[in-house]
Write a protein that binds this ligand. Structure first.
Ligand code: ATP
Length: 349
């Protein structure tokens, strides 16, 4: 529905050219909650600004429902943006802020009033309609900004790190709230964040970006369980990396153990496996990879057990913290490790 086709955006001149977007192609489907995820400076905001029409691509196109909108000014696109700073009008009331865009479009007064009331109900701020926005908490201001952006019923809502100014507890509440708003309105949301947990919990699909390029696009589960490269694997969640070489029957680790991960690689590869996908077993169990416990880090419900394999490689294993009185693994203990079937992934680079 929204498509960026071979978009390049370069800033600066001569020796100081930054390619904020380096040949990015992406299709975002109608009605989905799509998240652009990546570290600071990777080009997320630039892509959002191209979709909004605030920037022109150096080359490439932006399409909406198949039509080229690259040259269309922002106010003629059925797209609205919620900024991190909210950008509310402090001298106007909550209701006036929400109705502002509709009034600018010259909609009849009765329609403005009806839609404003509908939007305030949607974000649960009916009781605050006549307050000045300067008298609201951060979370309430965020809801006003959302209601204002949703009021003209855009086809696409762009959200640029809209929760980053909120404290952790409020941010978690607003994550649930945003997801509910997206489902209730059916509007396509394109959400920008550098917070991997936010991306995993809210999105239908995620586009992971780094250095102006899209690294992987997929559902949260795809991205987490099947990362294509080292960047994606390490940016999202915790993981282990292990060098391996192809042998008959699978991949051989540096310690000599063979993992039955299918591969068509002919040379050395890197395997990745999540800490919760490794089980600690008895070292004498058939097929167990011998390891030594080098440190234990307590995280409340979980404990991270750092293990060393016989070739010196490190593997972190996440286990449920033992209940009081129960014996867990101890520092220095010799154990066996078993990778859950299908859990180890071969990375492209
Ligand atoms: P953040 O999470 O910090 O907002 P981002 O992923 O949104 O980062 P962008 O704001 O898209 O990243 O920036 C991508 C790159 O382009 C950065 O190197 C940035 O410095 C550069 N850049 C962005 N806008 C401009 C501009 N107007 N002029 C020059 N360089 C720019």
């Amino acid at each position: 529905m929204i498509e960026a086709r071979n978009t390049v955006k370069a800033f600066g001149q001569g020796d100081h050219v930054v390619r904020a977007l380096d040949d990015v192609s992406i299709t975002i489907r109608k009605g989905e909650f799509f998240t652009l995820l990546g570290p600071s400076g990777c080009g997320k905001t630039t892509l959002l600004r191209l979709i909004a029409g605030f920037e022109m691509p150096t080359s490439g196109q932006i399409l909406l429902d198949g039509a080229d909108i690259t040259d269309l000014p922002p106010n003629q696109r059925p797209v609205n943006t919620v900024f991190q700073s909210y950008a509310l009008f402090p001298h106007l009331t909550v209701a006036q802020n929400v109705g502002f865009g509709l009034e600018m479009q010259g909609r009849p007064r009765a329609e403005v009033a009806r839609t404003t009331a509908e939007m305030l109900a949607l974000v649960k701020l009916e009781a605050m309609a006549n307050r000045k926005t300067s008298q609201l908490s951060g979370g309430q201001q965020q809801r006003v900004a959302l209601a204002r952006a949703l009021a003209p019923k855009p086809k696409v809502l762009l959200l640029d790190e809209p929760l980053s100014a909120l404290d952790l507890k409020l941010r978690k509440e607003m994550q649930v709230e945003l997801k509910r708003l997206q489902i209730e309105t059916g509007i396509t949301f394109i959400f920008v964040t550098h917070d991997q947990e936010e991306a995993l919990t809210m999105s239908d699909r995620i586009g992971v970006m780094s250095a102006g390029k899209l690294q992987q696009i997929g559902s949260p589960k795809d991205i987490y369980t099947r990362p294509v490269n080292r960047f994606v694997a390490s940016f999202i969640g915790e993981t282990n990396f292990l060098p391996a070489t192809p042998v008959a029957g699978g991949l051989k680790l540096g310690c000599g153990a063979v993992i039955d991960t299918p591969t068509d690689a002919t040379g050395p590869v890197t395997l990745t496996i999540r800490p919760e996908q490794v089980r600690i077993t008895d070292p004498t169990e058939a097929g167990a990879i011998p390891a030594t416990v080098t440190s234990l880090v307590y995280f409340g419900t979980d404990t991270h057990c750092h293990m060393q394999l016989s070739d010196g490689a490190e593997v972190v294993v996440r286990v449920q913290s033992p209940a009081s009185g129960e014996a867990g693994v101890a520092m220095g203990q010799q154990v066996g490790l078993r990778f859950l079937p299908g859990a180890a992934q071969v990375l492209q680079d």
